[in-house]
Ligand binder design. Sequence first.
Ligand code: ZN
Length: 216
Amino acid sequence: MTVENHRQSRREFLRAMLLATPAVALVPGVIQASAPRIAPVTDLRFLTEAMAVRRRHEWTSIKPNPRRLRAASPNLYTRITLHHTGTDVITATSEPAVIRCLDGVLGGHLNRNFGDIGYHFLIDYAGRVWEGRSLAYWGAHVSGENEQNIGIVLLGNYERQRPSNPQLNTMTHLVHVLRHRYGVRRGRIYGHIDLGRTLCPGKYLYPGVQRLNELA
Ligand SMILES: [Zn+2]
């Protein structure tokens, strides 16, 4: 349940290009004609030293399209929003089955002309974390509220299923590490439903999201 805001200023476009292709970014005509579309790699050591994270390149070979992405202000995430994918019930735990789910989310977002998958992180039923959109870009997961907002989605439909304990433990751990990295204050951990007209992240997940604000 996501909305991309595509309207970009030229300055934002150039900033995205600078991140993607530092050597030639000052020549926009050249970039548009021939530059490879390489995603900027955000240094996730703060996260990978704390927990296992499957990086984006480990599950997909599809490159993001920086022209459709907005560069994030470095280290300026002030809130975190939790989602569910909200269609099928998903209890798959094998990596190939999970990757098919991830491919489905990415494909759906690309079909809507997003520059990449809308969420920064995805959590599967087994409790693994998968990197989605680079934190170098604002996400595309809450209409009009994507700036400074890290998007995390749990695969599944939590109107119809309950999250697994590994998922909840991982969600808690991931949010803990991210909020301390960026200084996200108590009360700034949201369910999508707090910011938009939606049932997301579902009635069985939302109470767990609310409890995250009680954990400082
Ligand atoms: Zn949502």
